[in-house]
Design a protein around this ligand. Sequence first.
Ligand SMILES: NC(=O)c1ccc[n+]([C@@H]2O[C@H](COP(=O)([O-])OP(=O)(O)OC[C@H]3O[C@@H](n4cnc5c(N)ncnc54)[C@H](O)[C@@H]3O)[C@@H](O)[C@H]2O)c1
Length: 254
Amino acid sequence: MATGRTHRPATRSRGIPEATVARLPLYLRALTALSERSVPTVSSEELATAAGVNSAKLRKDFSYLGSYGTRGVGYDVEYLVYQISRELGLTQDWPVVIVGVGNLGAALANYGGFASRGFRVAALLDQDPALTGRTVAGMPVSHTDDLERIVTENGVSIGVITIPAGGAQQVCDRLVAAGVTSILNFAPTVLSVPEGVDVRKVDLSIELQILAFHEQRKAGEDATAPAAPAELPAGPHTTPRKGPDGDVPAVMPA
Ligand SMILES: NC(=O)c1ccc[n+]([C@@H]2O[C@H](COP(=O)([O-])OP(=O)(O)OC[C@H]3O[C@@H](n4cnc5c(N)ncnc54)[C@H](O)[C@@H]3O)[C@@H](O)[C@H]2O)c1
């Protein structure tokens, strides 16, 4: 779904396709789990299964990183974690602001997974004066009057928008004017941004609609599928499917 503009070519400056970039976090998550279990090396097939990606695609993706693995040994887990983290810019700390501290904003603020991946929530902002000064996820909520000052003082380049659709464009404009160049938008609206600003939209209802589509197809196939031969164990009539983009995660390009 096209929502807003990213103004980015399909291939990034260092020649890594956007589709590969979108899969790097999947590899990183799988590799981090292996690293936590002190697994030293992994084959492309094992890693592909763990990441939910086709192994030929994985090898092609890693070739863009200059990582080819060793025949019979596989890939060095720690080195790949480092390589992918470096490629994704995760070897540095990214201060993030969350605008809108309602149900979703508070849930995101409380999510421990950001910090461990290099994203530090620098501030929580909300326009509701009743929330100002309240502690959420161990941090006081600031009023949106202070948005520009907070963004500047903290060198924030990533803003997360978790407010209703109506105010999202204005908040986006203020974030961008203050220096934010990447927006993660949860509001159900299309955001317009100037050249050089990336917007990613997360919409869980769209993910559910895609699952509903597959459920419907599965139900249709079950209705028309021939009965399993008596001598074979009756297995599932369908193979696992992925979304229309195969292995692309739930966050969509804006
Ligand atoms: N993308 C998804 O998958 C997904 C999932 C759930 C909710 N949402 C969306 O996220 C948004 C927030 O949902 P919620 O359940 O947390 O709502 P909520 O009503 O609990 O919280 C919204 C908060 O935003 C604040 N707010 C409103 N306008 C503002 C503005 N202009 N500037 C600063 N703060 C402002 C409100 O004071 C409130 O605290 C909604 O747009 C909702 O549709 C998206």
